[in-house]
Design a protein around this ligand. Sequence first.
Ligand SMILES: Cc1ncc(COP(=O)(O)O)c(C=O)c1O
Length: 372
Amino acid sequence: MSIVLFDPSAVIKSYEALAACFSGEIFYAVKANPSPEIMTVLSNCGVTGFDVASLTEIEAVRSLDQHTPLVYTHPVKSRDAIETAYGRWGVRTFVVDSIAELHKIALSCPQLDDVEIFVRVKSAEPTDTQLINFDGKFGAEEVDVIRLAQCIEHYGAELSLSFHAGSQQTNPAAYWKMLEYLAALVEQHALKVHRISIGGGFPVNYEQHTRYRIQDIVPGVEAIKQRFPALRHVTFMAEPGRYLSAESMTLLTEVLLVDKDRVFVSESIYKSLLDCALLNARFPIAMETPGKSKINKQYRIFGCTCDSLDQLPGHYQLPADLSEGDVLRICNVGAYGFALTDNFNGLCAKPSLSFAADYSLEQQLHNSLRSI
Ligand SMILES: Cc1ncc(COP(=O)(O)O)c(C=O)c1O
């Protein structure tokens, strides 16, 4: 058996640490963990709004709060999703990284003079200091940023800029270099920019990353804002997901079997430990069962399925007398892994089964796409 414990004070602590050094707006990236408990705590803390990636996430936020500001940050959306976000849910802020998506927005919204469009910009200098690189999939190159800015002005919408430095980004300079690059773009092309989002990516305490603090990143961001006249009057914002959610959830999982250095637990990489397999994340692990030996031994930890992919990365030091029925405490599992097991991004519900005889691809696609 496994249980996830939620500690609201961890969300509050992370939020307050960020809010204390960041003068900008804070939007929680719902995809990291859409639990209503986390969103409610953040609303109570005074979070500016929510970063959403789908209609499902918009509905989840709106079911808690009808009026909180939303930024629809997914750079690729269906026309139906744009129309519904604008018409039904009052979303007025969208993100694009291509002209094709901008045209889609222009065709799906009745007017654009009340719309703000963020152009998602690709990092100028790629880094390898993050667990997930976000620029491989999204982000406009400089020449396209300028074309997009011109089109947005032509449509009468408001221009903003954003980037994502990569999730669990452990190099603060990744943020600073991007901001310097954006400042140069704004100055050189005399862009009229309403907001700049520094995205998410702030690192949390995993076993291989224990010494990173938000205070190492944000003061540098604030200094750059002051250093460049072109940025001084731009509103800054951030979209943290992992940073606000990870440390609030702890998994208690039962040991099913110990054999030599192999420990089998009742949780799995196909459940809340997925980040161990996808990203080699090493969650801090401790004993929950009291009274065990003070002498440690090195173990490998395996999940509960039948395949050998279901394994946590590396080795873990645990009591030499670890045995069946003991309980392990796996910390900081609140981001992604937990959400990935259940309709991640609001875009990954299990597909429904169709029978070949009824199959009309066009109709099926149309029906299922209406819900994205
Ligand atoms: C646009 C955008 N903003 C913010 C986030 C949150 O990133 P993180 O959880 O690394 O803070 C993501 C994650 O996918 C994202 O796509």
